[in-house]
Design a protein around this ligand. Structure first.
Ligand code: C2O
Ligand code: CU
Length: 504
């Protein structure tokens, strides 16, 4: 009953006053463990039953032509999509977008949009260098696409309306591409995404490093919030507030349930968290207490030099962080969402961790990180300034890039291999998490001052009235969207294209 009353309290708030999400607790969604199709046990069993006498003279067991791939590490926080292809270098999966009834809490059910019936969608897992084949079917009653956020793939596979006509209701499309980088990525539609993502269309895409890194386990942690009014997810773009700031939910929505995510661990365990913010608009500022947390990776994969988080980790919409989480002492810990309110910042439980008992491995795991070279220094070939602004028009607010909304022609054309310093200037108070498709960049400065935000990114927060300088590496030719990842802003004009012409 406690959960219910908290929920009702949150739902009776008007959407214009309630920006802090409710945080009733929920159990973690059932996790499933990837079992790899490796047939090592079978072949060793065969060996064991073949005695020397029985073995014909040339009964040398046929050697596979490739070394068998190690199974993926254990992962919690979602179901792993089944790989239907026996080739160890190919991951082939079936993905279906379809409506389904989801039990958000003991008392709230809602028809949501799902991938394969679940929210979040299933985890797609492969290894760097693999080919990924996704047979996608649209069983929604509206067009959709699948965009592979952060991956450097051929643009035809990028799932944006610039390169693909949206997949109509009832139709199918096969996405097929090679995975060039290890890292934590995600997938979501690129058609009416402010509505479709809010309704549950998102999932994690994990590209494992060449060799498994040893952790107690990996964990997918997907941060989301949703806006529920009168027991229902409200229709998209339902208020002026939403057009201005994007939709901020009044409930945390963690792994398909309302409220905080609850997890369990043991003292001495070391986990790898793959964290992604899939909210429509909310920057998730997460404060960790009682555990040791190191940032080991960003949007573009592992860092050359991991670092400890000073206090709070700010995760803009679209961004990913890979964290090394060490549980040193037993206890109950709350990792809080630092949510801004009219009266200041409120700390709300976001992930609750119960640490109990001792780790079974002694000594506890110490991750075997591969040597990651520092990013090569690159000289910029040119500099551009991108301005972000919002204006009132006869049709309501329009969000603009360089003085224009709803760009039809490319905003910029660069050459493959070009390095470009991009100055992202926000002329107003609303924030804009800027996202660039198909390329990576690094963050250099904020308001003229050098910052420590290491690692490759494809998404960066440009705060209210802030100027952020990035260095972007246009190494992947094609037509690439560049947009604000506040999905309402993108829908209201703040989206365009950057063309990268291929080397002759
Ligand atoms: Cu995550 Cu253009 O999107
Ligand atoms: Cu924006």
């Amino acid at each position: 009953m406690l959960g219910l009353s908290l929920l009702l309290a949150a739902c009776s708030q008007s959407p214009t006053t309630g920006t802090e999400p409710n945080t009733t607790s929920s159990e973690e969604t059932t996790s499933s463990q990837q079992t790899d199709a490796g047939d090592a046990p079978e072949s060793s069993a065969q060996e064991a039953t073949t005695t020397a006498e029985e073995a014909p003279s040339e009964a040398v067991p046929e050697k596979p032509s490739f070394p068998p791939t190690a199974p993926f590490p254990e992962i919690q926080g979602g179901q792993v999509l089944e790989d239907t292809n026996p080739d160890p270098k190919v991951v082939e999966v079936n993905l279906v977008a379809q409506p389904n009834k989801i039990q958000l809490s003991d008392t709230v059910t809602q028809i949501m949009y799902t991938y394969n019936g679940i929210v979040p969608g299933p985890i797609i897992r492969a290894r760097v260098g693999d080919e990924l084949i996704v047979h996608f079917t649209n069983r929604l009653q509206e067009p959709t696409t699948v965009h592979w956020h952060g991956l450097r793939i051929p643009d035809k596979m990028d799932g944006t309306p610039r390169v693909q006509s949206p997949i109509k209701a009832g139709e199918s499309f096969t996405y097929k591409f090679k995975l060039r980088e290890a890292g934590s990525f995600w997938y979501h539609p690129h058609v009416r995404s402010h509505a479709q993502v809010e309704l549950g269309l998102y999932g994690m895409l994990i590209v494992q490093e060449k060799e498994n890194i040893k952790f107690t386990r990996e964990r997918s942690v997907i941060l989301d919030d949703i806006l529920i009014i009168n027991g229902r997810i409200t229709a998209p773009m339902s208020s002026h507030m939403e057009a201005m700031h994007g939709r901020n939910g009044n409930n945390l929505f963690m792994h398909g349930k309302l409220g905080a995510l609850s997890i369990k661990a043991k003292t001495g365990e070391v986990e790898r968290w793959r964290v992604v913010n899939v909210a429509n608009a909310r920057t998730m500022s997460m404060k960790f207490t009682g555990v040791k947390v190191r940032v080991i990776g960003t949007d573009g994969g592992l860092l050359a030099k991991p670092y400890f988080i000073p206090t709070t980790l700010h995760i803009a919409v679209g961004q990913r962080y890979d964290l090394e989480v060490t549980y040193e002492k037993p206890g109950d810990y709350n990792f809080s969402l630092m949510a801004p309110t009219q009266t200041g910042v409120q700390a709300l439980p976001m992930v609750k961790v119960n640490v109990e008992g001792e780790a079974t491995q002694t000594p506890s795991v110490s991750p075997n990180y591969p040597e990651i070279p520092a990013l090569p220094e690159r000289k910029s070939d040119q500099s551009v300034t991108m301005t972000f602004n919002g204006v009132n028009t006869a049709n309501g607010i329009e969000w603009q890039i360089n003085g224009k909304g709803y760009w039809k022609e490319p905003i910029y054309t660069f050459k493959e291999g070009e390095t470009v310093t991009m100055t992202l200037r926000n002329l107003q108070a609303q924030e804009h998490p800027f996202h660039l498709h198909g390329q990576f960049f690094t963050v250099l400065k904020r308001d003229g001052k050098e910052v420590f935000e290491p690692g490759l990114k494809d998404s960066v927060l440009v705060g209210g009235n802030e100027t952020v300088e990035i260095q972007a590496y246009f190494d992947n030719p094609g037509q690439w969207m560049a947009h604000c990842h506040i999905l309402e802003h993108a829908e209201l004009g703040m989206m365009g294209e950057i063309v990268v012409t291929p080397k002759p």
